[in-house]
Design a protein around this ligand. Structure first.
Ligand SMILES: [Fe+2]
Length: 477
């Protein structure tokens, strides 16, 4: 995204514009290698619809629905940051064992159309909407972390317009809301660079806003995800902080590690207020993504991909390993502990979403190649999909070597309800470096290391992206 867009859609438009105009220059160094312009990080140029799709293996016939994934795809080709491109959706429609179509479509926002109209009042419409997707209350939404969600038609991936909970969404909405699997309630938040830095929200199963609650943070932290248990929500207050200096003078995202900022985790009853938040001091950390969270006795537990630091030099510096770690917050003693639960760098943790808020055994994630974890070597980095057994401490991995690179693996239950925790499939786009094309692949979640049970071969490339969602026909009513 451009600095201008960022200032505008974070709600600091007029002030930021005036200051930016008077300062000029560029304090943050441009990275030597813009990795997001190379290999499968580079954007695709066309929107396509493909209906004649070749399939290797067998698509389970019970999978009827849409798998769709979001990610950045700069329409100009020269985004200033990996996170900065326009949102593009990649979807595959499955029905009765067949893949009916693949489509990729931009999220049709004013930023994509370049209709931002200059500076002025904050505009929550001005988001790239490039991070994730949510299906809730009968609507498919594209989420961009900043700004409003955009409604998407699941039949053709066209953009229908913004959604703001009948005007009750005050501004930004996280790309990682959580649905309570028992009640259908949506628990979420938005963060901002001006106060209130975090606003907690709750909507019922139909998408009616029930609560909007400002939360007092220690400062403008980047808060990408949060956690929900049966009784609590959990906020992370971390040292990656918004920087006015970078916003005014920099080229990337205006966030940076601040070593002087304490790391804290706040636990609040789901229907509570800011006054009810119990804060726990923890060793310095940053987390983009939480695998799952639940309660055990007096402990509130979150499992997450934990970095011990991030973006110390600049917001282009992604190359540190995250480890799957468990944070335990004891509500009686007020003490917190953190322990690494698996070796090996990982990201994009996932679970069977029927287990959100509950004790669970299995998690899934992407293997990160620590040997080639740099902007120069990332094009040869080897990836993989790993299943974590948190009960036995063992794992089962699909490691395809240098030619195939998987993206986020989303768990799709084999049965609508009542299935075993790992009874289902993992869906992922796999990029083939030899052919410069991608496949949509399904894995049996009980034997991940066996490789895909079905691959829909695409004639095009699906660039490295972020988060996907499975929208079963049964949920659409
Ligand atoms: Fe994310």
């Amino acid at each position: 995204m451009k600095r201008r867009d960022f200032l505008q859609y974070t709600g600091v438009g007029a002030l930021g514009a005036a200051t930016a105009a008077s300062v000029g220059g560029c304090a943050e160094e441009e990275p030597a290698v813009k990795f997001w312009q190379h290999g499968n990080y580079r954007p695709v140029s066309d929107e396509v619809t493909v209906t004649e799709l070749k399939v290797q293996g067998s698509i389970p016939p019970e999978l009827n629905g849409l798998y769709v994934r979001n990610g950045t795809n700069s329409s100009s080709g020269v985004a200033e940051h990996f996170f900065g491109g326009d949102g593009m959706l990649h979807g595959v429609r499955l029905e009765g064992g067949k893949a009916l179509w693949y489509r990729n479509r931009y999220v049709d926002t004013p930023v994509y159309r370049k209709e931002d109209g200059g500076f002025g009042a904050p505009k929550p419409e001005n988001t790239t909407s490039a991070v994730s997707l949510l299906y809730h209350g009968g609507e498919l939404m594209s989420l961009g972390e900043f700004g409003y969600p955009y409604l998407i038609d699941p039949d053709n991936l066209s953009t229908k317009g913004t959604f703001n909970y009948e005007g009750k969404l005050p501004g930004n909405m996280t790309a990682h809301p959580r649905i309570d699997p028992d009640t259908g309630e949506l628990l979420f938040f938005g963060y901002n660079v001006i106060e209130p830095y975090v606003t907690y929200m709750r909507a019922d199963a139909q998408g009616k806003m029930l609560q909007v609650e400002p939360i007092q943070m220690s400062g403008p932290s980047m808060v990408h995800d949060f956690a929900v248990t049966k009784n609590y929500v959990v906020f992370m207050d971390m040292p990656v902080r918004f920087s006015w200096l970078m916003a005014i003078t920099g080229s990337g995202l205006p966030f940076k590690w601040d070593a002087d900022v304490p790391s804290r985790i706040g636990v609040m009853p789901r229907t509570g207020t800011n006054a009810d938040v119990k804060w726990f001091d923890v060793p310095a950390f940053f987390v983009f993504h939480i695998m799952n969270s639940f309660e055990q006795g007096d402990d509130v537990i979150i499992d997450a991909a934990r970095y011990d630091h991030l973006w110390v030099k600049s917001s282009h510096d992604f190359f540190h390993p995250a480890r799957l770690s468990r944070f335990s917050m004891n509500m009686k003693t007020g003490k917190a502990s953190v322990e690494q639960v698996f070796d090996g760098a990982m990201e994009f943790p996932q679970v069977n979403r029927e287990r959100w808020t509950k004790p669970y055994r299995y998690g899934y994630g992407l293997v990160v190649d620590e040997e080639n974890d740099s902007p120069e070597l990332i094009e040869q980095a080897e990836g993989g999909i790993r299943k974590y057994d948190l009960q036995t401490g063992t794992s089962d991995s699909y490691l395809p070597g240098p030619s195939l690179v998987p993206g986020e693996a989303v768990f799709i239950p084999a049965r609508e309800s009542g299935g075993g925790e790992d009874e289902g499939y993992l869906a992922s786009f796999l990029y083939d470096r030899n052919t410069d094309t991608s496949a949509f692949s399904l894995f049996d979640a009980t034997r991940v290391s066996s490789g895909p049970i079905a691959s829909v071969l695409l004639p095009v490339r699906v660039p490295v992206g972020f988060h996907g969602v499975w929208v079963p026909d049964s949920a659409r009513g």
